[in-house]
Design a protein around this ligand. Structure first.
Ligand code: SAM
Length: 330
């Protein structure tokens, strides 16, 4: 079993399968100037699968495929099929911007994917185009519908709340959750490498402020938390289907409950989205290391997992981290 240095049990691996994205959200990446990884730097599906098998032997039970935009990587369905066949995985999820879900949802479900999280920060078509630098809101809404139809249950919607950009839409998302009988999760806007052009404390809307603006006491009741609910605190509606979650890494740190490692597109295992420490597992993997050696790399990565992040204290994003959210996998 994998444990870190403060006895947190590690059961969850998030895998970024590509640093590329077909959108370019203003709060995530600058318009230009992001150096893309060379193809040979990105882990192949065979390499990913081997690491998944090894991780599962160490006790991982939950895998999330993310990116970049995972659905633009060729053959993603075949990766899902292969990962879903690894005995011991109880939860296989994927995070996507939803633009390609309409075409792929059925195949993904058929390949063994359990569920999807769709990132959607506005319900206004013009604003969606602006935030994503060119995206089409209808594609995403149709994608959400297709995912539900394909049985990728539950479909969760992630909204990053940014003051002056979409904070006035929280109420619309609340109604969306009810109407679409889905789970909407409000996420605090985090500082990150490559969003230093956009992030500032003035743009962060803390969880309690979102709660107050929603008049949430009136509408919501707490829902039982399970390990599968992850870092969000969850609520159901007093009168209706759907649910609401809050992910508040800045105002309500959840590091004590963190059970995850991250495998970056370029083959590093990281203990924290905000930590600089990690291990390069790609080099030994490509030099022919045996399974025991690679298992040991997982153990080392877990051992290096920071006790907590310190982003609540920072004033500017962290250029020293050197990897974008899309390479690490947001
Ligand atoms: N392309 C996929 C998608 O759009 O879901 C996966 C990658 S994206 C980087 C993963 C998630 O990270 C998205 O929900 C996005 O909104 C979120 N994200 C990106 N930058 C963020 C930030 N600075 N603070 C909070 N969430 C962020």
């Amino acid at each position: 079993m994998l444990h870190d240095s403060i006895h947190r049990k590690i059961t969850y691996l998030r895998i970024s399968v590509t640093d590329r994205c077909n959108l370019r959200c203003v709060y995530c990446l600058p318009k230009q100037g992001v150096v893309k990884l060379e193809r040979r730097e990105i882990l192949s599906y065979e390499e990913l699968l081997r690491l998944v098998r090894i991780g599962v032997e160490l006790g991982l039970t939950k895998i999330r495929i993310t990116g970049g935009e995972p659905l633009i990587r060729d053959g993603i369905t075949s990766l899902i099929r292969a990962v879903s066949a690894v005995p011991g995985i109880q939860d296989l999820a994927l995070t996507t911007n939803g633009t390609l879900l309409k075409e792929l949802a059925k195949d993904l479900a058929g390949a063994g994917l359990h569920r999807v999280n769709v990132s959607l920060d506005t319900l206004e078509p013009g604003k969606y185009k602006l935030i994503t630098r060119g995206g089409n809101l209808d594609q995403v809404l149709e994608g959400i519908g297709a995912a539900k139809e394909a049985g990728l249950h539950p479909v969760k919607v992630n909204m990053v709340v940014i003051r002056g950009v979409n904070d006035t839409e929280a109420g619309d998302f609340l109604r969306f959750a009810k109407e679409y009988e889905t789970e909407v999760r409000f996420i605090e806007f985090m500082p990150y490498f490559h969003n230093e052009h956009f992030w500032g404390w003035d743009k962060v809307v803390p969880r309690d402020e979102i709660w107050k603006n929603l008049d949430a006491d009136k509408h919501l009741v707490p829902r039982l938390q399970t390990l599968l609910t992850g870092p969000s605190t969850l609520y159901t509606f007093k009168d209706g289907q759907g649910s609401i979650g809050f992910i508040a890494p800045l105002s309500r740190r959840f590091c004590d409950r963190c059970n995850r490692l991250r495998l970056t597109a370029d083959g590093a295992l990281l203990g924290c989205l905000f930590g600089s420490g990690g291990v390069d597992i790609k080099t030994p993997l490509r030099r022919g290391a045996d399974d025991n050696f690679l298992k040991n790399m997982f153990i080392q990565a877990a051992g290096k997992k920071p006790h907590r992040h310190h982003i609540s204290k920072i004033t500017t994003p962290l250029p020293s981290m050197g990897r974008s959210m899309s390479c690490i996998g947001g």
